[in-house]
Design a protein around this ligand. Structure first.
Ligand SMILES: [Zn+2]
Ligand SMILES: [Zn+2]
Ligand SMILES: [Zn+2]
Length: 160
């Protein structure tokens, strides 16, 4: 999380560690097996970095942090892993930040929407109801494939 400009305490730390992190990776592994996909070591490593983080990460953060020995990854390795994680619904790209977060909601891949804090950079996922927009698009004759909703403001910790 980019907290450089934020002086507010009391943030919820979303990043996973230890047993919780291992459990999340184990769940991902199982979901891959069920869908005949493979959580290769680079896909797993990128997911691990996303799960450990408290906030959204940019691709270059992931590239830099990739090697456990401090070696950066080759960029295509990380981009391909991100593509995979997005496709399976393990991660989402936040367009307005050009950054990635792990999916923290239960269930299969879905449309994600985000509440983004302009102070600390936190991004909280919520499940949107796009039925009104979908109906309007249909009435206009559009075949809509995706709708992006990213709401900006202040998180509970930064509001005070
Ligand atoms: Zn703040
Ligand atoms: Zn999600
Ligand atoms: Zn905040």
């Amino acid at each position: 999380m980019d907290t450089a400009a934020c002086h507010h305490d009391d943030h919820t730390h979303l990043g996973l560690q230890g047993a919780a992190l291992r459990r999340a990776l184990g769940d991902a592994e199982q979901r891959c097996t069920e869908t005949q996909e493979r959580l290769t070591s680079s896909r797993r490593r990128v997911l691990e970095l996303l799960l450990e983080a408290d906030g959204p990460l940019k691709a270059y953060d992931l590239i830099a942090a990739f090697g456990e020995d401090g070696e950066p990854a080759k960029p295509p390795t990380v981009y391909r892993a991100l593509e995979f994680l997005e496709r399976l619904g393990f991660a989402h790209r936040i367009e307005s930040l050009n950054a990635y977060v792990p999916c923290r909601l239960e269930g299969q891949s879905h449309q994600a929407a985000f509440l983004i804090c302009d102070c600390c950079g936190a991004a909280q996922e919520f499940q949107p109801d796009f039925s009104t927009q979908a109906a309007a698009a249909k009435a206009a004759g559009y075949d809509v494939r995706s709708i992006t909703l990213e709401a900006r403001g202040l998180c509970p910790a930064c509001r005070d």
